[in-house]
Design a protein around this ligand. Sequence first.
Ligand code: F1P
Length: 346
Amino acid sequence: IANCMRGRLVLEKGELVLGGINEYSQSLIHAKKITLLGCGTSWHAGLVAEYLFEDICRIPVEVEYASEFRYRNPIINEGDVFIAISQSGETADTLAAIELAKSKGAIVFGVVNVVGSSIARETHEGAYLHAGPEIGVASTKAFTAQVTVLSMIAIKMGLLRGTISQSQFQLLISELNQIPKKVATALKNNDQIEALAEIYKDAQNFLYLGRGNNFPVALEGALKLKEISYIHAEGYPAAEMKHGPIALIDEDMPVVFIATQDDSYEKIVSNIQEVKSRKGKVIAIVTEGDILASSMADYSIEIPKSHYVVTPLLSVIPLQLLSYHIALKRGCNVDQPRNLAKSVTV
Ligand code: F1P
């Protein structure tokens, strides 16, 4: 799935080999806390990983906007473990945060797409994504690859730390192995999503809601729409809706729910009900075969059933496609959105 800086991070005959993390692997395995650093989409990938490291490895995690990190007086101790996430490997804020962490004696791993980039060189060790070049400015496949690699690291660490059993490890590996096929299935809804984009291309605002590890996916869906179609969009944890965003809901407000069938499904269904009772328009990303959430939503888009650990790899796809089609229909340049740089180097 992914190659590494020194060696490879691969699934080999069902075994997960963390080749790019060698010399410093013990720091990672025995970390008492992990701090994830990134900007934009990479920060969202870090937020997904927070759920996985905490759940699978039982390690406390902080996810920091690299752009804000150095403007605080962050507490960094010798030997602390950081993972810096970046598509380009050149983001100046992320580089500055890495330098600050290293200057205090922290060990910094990189999860980077561009081979030989500054962040790849500045970090102690890490994994390359090898997602291929992002042709456009807005990260899409890099997000999927970042979440994949971070999931692989979390799953392997869970096994090494003894926080998951061998059979749970095998189950998660098998779930990861099925992802490419399921992504292909999710992409088959492209025409349906394009038709939906036609309906909502003139919306002024969008709300994206999700729970658990799909909350960061809601943030990412909102960011993609903002970046390439210039529509104002907000992402929230669905439970946060009643603490403010609910005031925005009326018949003109499309609300995108990630309503897959995991532990929070019932709660999401009741959130959908709350939006419907205020006449909001609901677009729900649902597990294939779903009846309840899809019958309540105005429109539903199915994704294949999967273990909740890997669901973000699938749930983000319809959101990326929706942004893409809306942007095209609004005449926006999806590869070169206004005001955005491929790598923010200042
Ligand atoms: C971070 C980022 C991207 C965003 C845009 C600006 O870049 O915020 O997520 O799509 O390109 O930069 P990176 O550190 O992941 O390269």
